[in-house]
Design a protein around this ligand. Structure first.
Ligand SMILES: CC(C)(COP(=O)(O)OP(=O)(O)OC[C@H]1O[C@@H](n2cnc3c(N)ncnc32)[C@H](O)[C@@H]1OP(=O)(O)O)[C@@H](O)C(=O)NCCC(=O)NCCS
Length: 244
């Protein structure tokens, strides 16, 4: 996951600073008559144990071929427009961040694509898809080690066929106009069944602490939190390791 959170400076009084609502993706400080908000995004991993899952009726869910993923940039941005960092970026940077997210998946930077588990939802009332789920294969240490899941070396070409990693719901996004009517859960049911058929026992995912819709959606759909380490604990561990 790439982070595009901007540093924000607001020329406001100290009293006004204390009335600012707080977002958990930011550290809040006051210097020289300015509020300074520095990005500190926090992501958490969770996992779903896979079993045959009933597929909800009423959704036109179709496979998402790899070749269609680059065309999802506009939908991705529209789905994320009220989440951080997109909400705090100008239009140009929003488009760049969305392009970057999609390009990372296409390039394989989020792990090899599990194409058979990627789906999109269509609706007669709209042009193009209204939601999509993109699943990649991450390193199996995501299940046991905090802040893990990245491949240290490129995985073998047959990593998906040999189930050498853990499927990860790298992106699930639903048009802002269509949220909260079951589209995301329908996509998940299709992805979960496809992965179960392929013989995978788990689906991992990651949510940002400052994205309550995502956190609640994962919880509501049965994901459980994986082992966590406080950010400070991780920093101390890395410093100790670096100093030998
Ligand atoms: C997260 C997201 C995929 C959910 O899709 P969706 O189609 O709205 O989800 P569903 O309709 O299946 O939601 C089911 C449950 O999720 C939870 N939920 C979803 N959105 C919520 C919100 N805004 N506030 C609170 N709970 C929410 C609720 O428990 C909801 O059940 P309920 O409506 O009966 O209370 C969608 O909001 C989205 O695209 N967000 C932007 C992109 C994103 O954050 N993706 C996740 C990280 S990759």
């Amino acid at each position: 996951m790439a982070f595009h959170h901007p540093r924000i400076e607001l020329p406001i009084t100290f009293d006004q600073f204390h009335t600012l609502p707080r977002n958990p993706a930011y550290k809040y400080e006051y210097f020289d008559k300015r509020a300074v908000l520095s990005p500190r995004p926090k992501a958490f991993s969770c996992v779903l144990d896979l079993k045959p899952t009933p597929v909800p009726d009423g959704f036109d869910v179709r496979p998402l071929p790899a070749a269609d993923i680059p065309g999802l940039e506009k939908l991705f941005l529209h789905a994320n427009i009220h989440t951080q960092p997109y909400q705090s970026l100008d239009e140009k940077k929003q488009a760049e961040a969305a392009k970057d997210a999609i390009e990372r998946v296409v390039a394989g930077d989020d792990g090899p694509l599990i194409e058979a588990a990627c789906f999109q939802v269509f609706d007669d009332r709209r042009d193009g898809p209204i939601g999509a789920a993109v699943v990649t294969l991450v390193h199996p240490d995501i299940l046991t080690v905090p802040f893990a899941g990245e491949w240290k070396e490129p995985p073998p070409a047959d990593a998906v066929a040999k189930r050498l990693g853990v499927p990860h719901l790298t992106w699930i996004f639903v048009s802002w106009w269509e949220v909260r009517r079951g589209v995301g859960s329908a996509l998940l049911a299709h992805a979960a069944n496809a992965l179960h058929r392929l013989g995978f026992p788990h689906l991992a995912s990651t949510f940002a602490l400052d994205n309550p819709a995502s956190a609640l959606w994962h919880w509501r759909n049965g994901f459980r939190l994986l082992p966590q380490m406080s950010a400070m604990g991780e920093l101390i561990r890395r410093r100790k390791k670096a100093s030998g």
